[in-house]
Design a protein around this ligand. Structure first.
Ligand code: FES
Length: 148
């Protein structure tokens, strides 16, 4: 590698370090961890039900659920979002909480439950777990409607 490549690599490394330091002043370790490597991220092939919700901030979230229709238990749940890092962390945390729960139990999860596990969010991002919970509520209602 030539000297210019070394300097550029060093520059990028330092820049990333600065970004990481700034991020850790604003967000908890859990938010950073889940927004960088979200659990249950992605679309699902042949879900029992899926749907998308547009939040007031203009971002969307989409959940995909595989449900055991005999006992209404969520066997698998994945999500995608075009939103911010905290929305990725919120969606991911919600999938972790909802997996293996009954529809009834999952519908009781509220934004504050997610906020608590994420150890809070800055006020500019408290609507992100609301987007996640509203989206899941919509998907669960869609499933229940389809069973009528
Ligand atoms: Fe829109 Fe976070 S800013 S979901």
């Amino acid at each position: 590698m030539n000297n210019l490549d070394d300097q550029f690599e060093e520059f990028v490394k330092n820049l990333q370090k600065e970004i990481d330091e700034e991020e850790s002043k604003i967000f908890s370790k859990r938010v950073i961890e889940l927004s960088h490597s979200p659990k249950n991220w992605g679309k699902m092939e042949n879900p029992t039900v899926e749907d998308k919700f547009l939040g007031p901030c203009g971002d969307t979230m989409q959940f995909f659920l595989k449900i055991n229709e005999k006992d209404n238990v969520i066997m698998k749940i994945t999500f995608i979002t075009d939103g911010c890092g905290p929305s990725v962390a919120s969606g991911s945390q919600l999938t972790i909480k909802a997996e293996n729960k009954s529809i009834e139990e999952a519908s009781k999860i509220r934004p504050n439950d997610i906020l608590k596990v994420l150890e809070g969010l800055p006020s500019s991002h408290t609507h992100c777990p609301v987007l996640a919970v509203n989206t899941l509520d919509k998907v669960l209602k869609k499933y229940l409607e389809s069973k009528k």
